[in-house]
Ligand binder design. Structure first.
Ligand SMILES: CCCCC/C=C\C/C=C\CC/C=C/CC(=O)SCCNC(=O)CCNC(=O)[C@H](O)C(C)(C)COP(=O)(O)OP(=O)(O)OC[C@H]1O[C@@H](n2cnc3c(N)ncnc32)[C@H](O)[C@@H]1OP(=O)(O)O
Length: 280
């Protein structure tokens, strides 16, 4: 059903209607010819850490789907064990100043695009989803997760603070009280805990099951007129999007200040070492 012709992402917008599938380095988009639902697959090995290129390619793919009036979008991962490990730590470690600036601006852009997209969006979370991975999942309208993985905003555990728009997204997803507990503890929920707290909506037995459940969720909107649907969604989401749009530069400067602090750099070095040592 989801065909797999390979194309460059640059040609996505022109060709989406003609071809079933497109692929750039890190993002594959396949569209179900019958339903018009797109599966957007992150495929940056080994853990889909969000570097500048993956972020930019995701943003391009989502904007192209918007232009092509897609009927729904399912975000998932090509990995069998990781949905996304969150921001690529290498982008923040000893950064090139121009690149790290673009990195953050692109992340802001990606979030505004995904959080405010007009089409129904579902995260099929087929692996661990910490930090930035959790942000992507929460930005979708519905979350379906496979068992035995973890999800959450674990920033405080890493000694950092989740940006205000990460916090707003979590508050909007699970409510003030639960978000406060989760954020202050830097809590990573298991699949079962995430279901209980409302961070995810369903558990699936396999990736195929998750996609089938996502299709079913999106299918519910077939009989709902798109414009009232989108306006209702944006009535709930646009305030937080506008807040970031207006404070983009301030948010960037706050990020750059933290990243360029020698204490943060030391922390990043130790964290990178600890990730490597987990294997040894
Ligand atoms: C962490 C401090 C950040 C400081 C930032 C400074 C300023 C920022 C200010 C504000 C921004 C705040 C927002 C932050 C949001 C984020 O997303 S931060 C990133 C947080 N992510 C994580 O903590 C996840 C870390 N990864 C894991 O827990 C595990 O890798 C995993 C996802 C559970 C998967 O485990 P698995 O066993 O399958 O894989 P490995 O651990 O063996 O990893 C394979 C390989 O990939 C490298 N890697 C893992 N995660 C990242 C990453 N986020 N960025 C870059 N590289 C990563 C890992 O080191 C291994 O590499 P290899 O040894 O070379 O193979």
């Amino acid at each position: 059903m989801y065909s797999r012709t390979m194309l460059k992402v640059r040609t996505l917008s022109n060709n989406l209607k003609m071809y079933g599938s497109t692929s750039s380095n890190f993002v594959n988009v396949s569209v179900n010819d019958k339903s018009g639902v797109a599966i957007v697959t992150m495929q940056r090995e080994p853990v889909n850490s969000l570097n500048l290129e993956l972020i930019t390619q995701l943003k391009t793919a989502l904007s192209d789907l918007e232009r092509n009036k897609c009927r729904g979008m399912i975000l998932t991962s090509a990995s069998k064990s990781v949905f996304s490990a969150g921001l690529d730590i290498m982008e923040m470690y000893k950064p090139n100043q121009e690149r790290v600036r673009n990195f953050w601006l692109s992340l802001q852009d990606l979030w505004m695009t995904l959080y405010g997209c007009s089409y129904p969006s579902v995260a099929a979370i087929n692996g661990h989803s910490p930090a930035g991975g959790c942000l992507l999942s929460m930005s979708c309208e519905y979350r379906i997760m496979l068992p035995n993985f973890t999800i959450g905003l674990n920033e405080t555990k890493l000694g950092i603070i989740a940006p205000s728009w990460f916090v707003a997204t979590m508050k909007n997803t699970i409510g003030f009280r639960k978000a406060e507990m989760a954020l202050t503890l830097g809590f990573l929920f298991t699949t079962e805990e995430a279901l209980k707290v409302g961070l995810i909506d369903e558990v699936a037995s396999s990736k195929e099951d998750a996609i089938a459940k996502a299709d079913k969720f999106i299918g519910q909107f077939a009989k709902i007129p798109p414009q009232p649907r989108t306006i209702s969604k944006l009535m709930l989401r646009s305030k937080d999007i506008e807040t970031l749009r207006k404070t983009k530069e301030q948010d960037l400067q706050a990020f750059l200040q933290v990243v360029n602090d020698p204490k943060t750099q030391k922390g990043l070095e130790l964290y990178l070492e600890s990730l490597k040592q987990r294997k040894a």
